[in-house]
Design a protein around this ligand. Structure first.
Ligand SMILES: Nc1ncnc2c1ncn2[C@@H]1O[C@H](COP(=O)(O)OP(=O)(O)OP(=O)(O)O)[C@@H](O)[C@H]1O
Ligand SMILES: [Mg+2]
Length: 451
């Protein structure tokens, strides 16, 4: 038996007892208790024992994987959860602790770090938070009422908070209705498949425009971060990320002729060019046909499946989200993420969507507000390194880091007519003039409950 050092001794003893019970249980049924290995390990907040059968020596397998046997084994082990894994060999998976339960509803936190996106919580209480470039392109599936649109909305809000421009398609006009006219929209919200198709065309045209910008920039930038670093040095405007989100995208894809031909070509192009030019896409749909899944899956970095119909179990498996059809109907927001496993995605209360005050674009921290106000009042908006360092009481290095970040957000730009020093832009002045900084709520997440 292998034992991880951090596992409580109690579980180790329990595992030994279970091993003896297993042997006796099999013998009583005239089955051979030929276990090659017993693993004890912890994952997702659970302690799990795996008993591996030596399939080369047990003869007829069928009796070992019988539903009835599993059921009796469960009773024998005092009602513990017992699962069978027989994809490679035969393994009995026995939970020594209860299945952890995720809260049914977790509100989108207000304090997701700037420039990051948070999707939800895993079984072990860990929050899935990524940089936008790590998020890349994303696929979201799930049957009606499973939570797709809510996740899309929570991502849209976080994009706005990060100053990202949005291209949105909302065929049933319920997902993004509250964002109509929002100043972060890169184009009006598309409400027909044809308009949605135009968003893809527009995203590709933006790739062309950015390609030309990259080309004209000395230093051969290969991605947006590299380009922006060079642009700021040269006193040019940095590029902002663009996020295209298509809800109900299967209808859009149908309008584009399915998974072969035009669609596949356009998607592939946007897939690889988009990454390079800071343009991401997210496709949401109730389901994807086989040929569509092929075309889309190749382009995305991550797939998320909410509850799908039993008939879509294969599709969920094909995108790396096995068992999404087992998610109960009364668990909207619960999803399988191909890269992270089960997750409860964030819920965005209507009030948060409606109160424009909360979806503040590029909200200022207290430090930023103080420094910007002082720069405007005493230095015509000039924010040199020494000013940031002196006024903020921070090192030159920290000051440089802040200066770079602000330039990237479009809050500072170099003034060529003024010895190339950094000045606050109109955008930053507006933010300064408009209201208070967002109160970052302290950690208000519900801890994971275990039963
Ligand atoms: N993350 C979540 N946490 C808790 N409840 C949720 C969550 N997401 C969705 N719900 C609940 O499920 C309902 C349906 O969610 P949503 O509209 O996102 O589904 P959908 O997958 O977009 O469905 P459709 O395909 O019909 O548009 C919501 O009104 C809400 O009550
Ligand atoms: Mg929806």
């Amino acid at each position: 038996m292998t034992e991880q050092p951090q596992i409580n001794r109690r579980y180790f003893l329990e595992a030994e007892q279970i091993a003896q019970k297993l042997a006796a249980f099999f013998e009583r049924r005239n089955l051979k208790p030929l276990f090659t290995n017993l693993f004890l390990f912890q994952d997702l907040g659970m302690t799990i024992l795996i008993a591996v059968l030596d399939t080369s020596r047990i003869g007829d397998h069928s009796q070992y994987i019988d539903d009835d046997l599993l059921h009796q084994l469960k009773t024998e082990l005092g009602g513990r959860s017992v699962y069978l894994s027989n994809s490679t060999g035969i393994r009995y998976v026995i939970l020594l602790t209860a299945l952890p339960r995720l809260p049914r509803s977790i509100e989108l936190p207000a304090d997701v770090p700037h420039g990051m996106v948070s999707l939800g919580m895993r079984f072990n209480g860990q929050i899935i938070t990524l940089t936008w470039s790590k998020l890349g392109h994303l696929l979201i599936v799930g049957m009606t009422g499973s939570g797709k649109s809510s996740l899309l909305r929570s991502i849209a809000i976080q994009a706005i908070r990060s100053g990202i421009k949005l291209l949105l398609a909302d065929i049933d006009q319920t997902t993004f209705a509250m964002l109509e006219g929002n100043e972060n929209l890169f184009a009006p919200i598309a409400t027909t498949p044809q308009d949605a198709l135009q968003l893809i065309v527009k995203a590709l045209a933006e790739c062309d425009r950015r390609a030309a910008l990259y080309k004209s920039m000395p230093g051969f930038p290969e991605n947006m971060d590299e380009y922006n670093a060079l642009a700021i040095k040269a006193g040019k405007e940095p590029l902002v990320r663009i996020l295209m989100m298509l809800d109900e995208s299967s209808s859009v894809f149908k309008a584009m002729g399915g998974g072969s031909g035009e669609l596949a070509g356009k998607l592939a192009e946007l897939g690889w060019r988009g990454r390079k030019f800071g343009i991401h896409f997210i496709f949401g749909a109730q389901e994807f046909t086989k040929d569509l899944v092929g075309a889309v899956r190749e382009q995305v970095n991550m797939s998320i499946a909410f509850r799908v119909k039993p008939t879509s179990a294969q599709m969920a498996k094909a995108i790396g989200c096995t068992n999404a059809h087992r998610i109960p109907a009364d668990r909207p927001g619960f999803a399988i993420v191909d890269r992270f496993g089960p997750m409860q995605s964030y819920f965005v209360p209507k009030a948060l969507l409606l109160s424009s005050g909360t979806i503040i674009k590029d909200a200022l921290s207290d430090l930023e507000r103080n420094l910007f106000t002082r720069a405007i009042e005493t230095a015509q908006g000039n924010l040199s390194l020494s000013r940031i360092s002196e006024w903020g009481g921070i090192s030159q290095r920290q000051a440089r880091k802040l200066q770079e970040t602000w330039a990237l957000r479009g809050w500072l730009s170099k003034d060529a007519s003024n010895s190339n020093s950094f000045y606050l832009t109109a955008k930053a002045r507006n933010l300064c003039a408009n209201g208070q900084s967002v109160q970052t709520r302290s950690n208000q997440l519900v801890p994971v409950q275990t039963n």
